[in-house]
Design a protein around this ligand. Structure first.
Ligand code: NAP
Ligand code: G4F
Length: 348
């Protein structure tokens, strides 16, 4: 039985990856931050109480800002594969929390690589390491972007991801470690955080349709993103670590759409004219924007035999349908006298 250790297991990708690996008979270990409330909602379908015998999912407290804790967990778990997904992953927020973002995203990766380096030396076998890189690293460079496209990061988040990318390349070359950088373009799902634009839109339109919300405040509607489905993208992460040699890969659909186009389609599936409800709020503009991302993932398709299965239209539909159902549940609660709080409007 192979063992995998995932940082960021409670996030969107971490939860899909954990399910994917459990279905392949891995023993899955995840690092979870201590919070004052439970932060494991996305793991509900695979979580088992630690008192129950036989569960293949194990959670450990830790934080990528705490190098000693990372070393302890790695020593205890003795993983075959490590997936570094932990991040302050919100681009707009990274302008407000630049130092913290760098500490988690850039130095956090360095801490984990240092822990890997020490552990790999003592383990006597090749541990495989995945680094969650981002298309944000391309920033201002023209599409289509592939593995040879120069980086031109446009936010503290993106600069930190570039640093993490090069730390990973350097540790691969300097210490002959098996490290892959996945350069993933935007990927979404019904588990996407509610302050990212796609989920913010589907969540709000679901509520507006059922009369639970009146307005949706957004920023720049003209930027274009290459949006895929998170479930497809975690397969690419795993495939990278099964390859004979470590390398870096772009993962994308090759299609790009504007935020406005996303709104058009989501509005159509909801039966709503979104222009009646959407207003611009400059607080959601970024000091420097990334205008146009569209990935060329031909290397991953050729070398890993990977391709995305869920198309843009199906992605929007699955998110809309999920969020109408969620709004329906909220309406039921509201009708029974419970307060429904719309949190999404003040952040991200
Ligand atoms: P996400 O939903 O925001 O999840 C981020 C995860 O990192 C959460 O589990 C979070 O824990 C954890 N985390 C944050 N700070 C941490 C810290 N200091 N120590 C340990 N864990 C910490 O992000 P995602 O969409 O799943 O993305 C996964 C990774 O891929 C991230 O590195 C992201 O930057 C990168 N990426 C994402 C996309 C995308 O489109 N989704 C594209 C390219 C790259 P809490 O649950 O406690 O907050
Ligand atoms: O959904 P977003 O916040 O995602 P963004 O900035 O592209 O970053 C995501 O994808 C990256 C991969 O390229 C990841 F690395 C990163 O961790 C994250 O997952 O914004 C998408 C676009 C932007 O151009 C933004 O300006 O939507 C625009 N937008 C317009 N109104 C908005 C809003 N974004 C957010 N979050 N909220 C708005 O109200």
């Amino acid at each position: 039985m192979k063992k995998a250790l995932i940082t960021g297991i409670t996030g969107q990708d971490g939860s899909f990856l954990a399910e994917f690996l459990l279905a392949r008979d891995y023993e899955v270990h995840g690092i979870v931050r201590r919070a004052s409330t439970f932060n494991t909602d996305r793991l509900d379908s695979i979580y088992a109480d630690p008192h129950e015998q036989g569960s293949s999912l194990h959670l450990h407290y830790g934080d990528v800002t705490d190098g000693a804790a990372l070393r302890h967990v790695i020593k205890k778990v003795q993983p075959d594969e490590i997936y570094n997904l932990a991040a302050q992953s919100h681009v707009r927020v990274s302008f407000d929390q630049a130092e913290y973002t760098a500490d988690v995203v850039a130095t956090g990766t360095l801490r984990l690589l240092e822990a890997l380096r020490d552990y790999a030396g003592s383990a006597g076998r090749r541990i495989r390491f995945y680094q969650a890189g981002s298309s944000e690293m391309y920033g201002a460079t023209k599409p289509p972007q592939n593995e040879t496209t120069p980086f031109y990061p446009r936010s503290p988040y993106a600069v930190s991801k570039v640093a993490a990318h090069w730390y990973a390349v350097n540790y691969r070359e300097a210490y002959k470690l098996f490290i892959c950088n996945g350069i993933l373009f935007n990927h979404e799902s019904e588990r996407r955080g509610e302050t990212f634009v796609t989920r913010k839109i589907t969540r709000a339109l679901g509520r507006i349709k059922l009369g639970l919300q009146k307005k949706l405040f957004l920023g720049n509607l003209d930027s274009r993103r290459d949006w895929g489905f998170a479930g497809d993208y975690v397969e690419a992460m795993w495939l990278m670590l099964q390859a004979p040699e470590p390398d870096d890969y772009v993962v994308s659909t090759g299609e790009s759409h504007s935020v406005r186009e996303f709104l058009n389609l989501a509005g159509e599936y909801c039966g709503l004219d979104w222009t009646q409800y959407v207003e611009t709020d400059p607080r959601y503009f970024r000091p420097t924007e990334v205008d146009y991302l569209m990935g060329d993932s031909s290397k991953a398709r050729r070398m890993l035999d990977w391709k995305p299965k869920v198309r843009f239209e199906d992605l929007v539909r699955l998110m809309v349908e999920h969020d109408i159902e969620l709004a329906q549940q909220e309406l039921t609660l509201a009708t029974a006298g419970h307060k429904v709080v719309v949190r999404g409007m003040a952040h991200g």
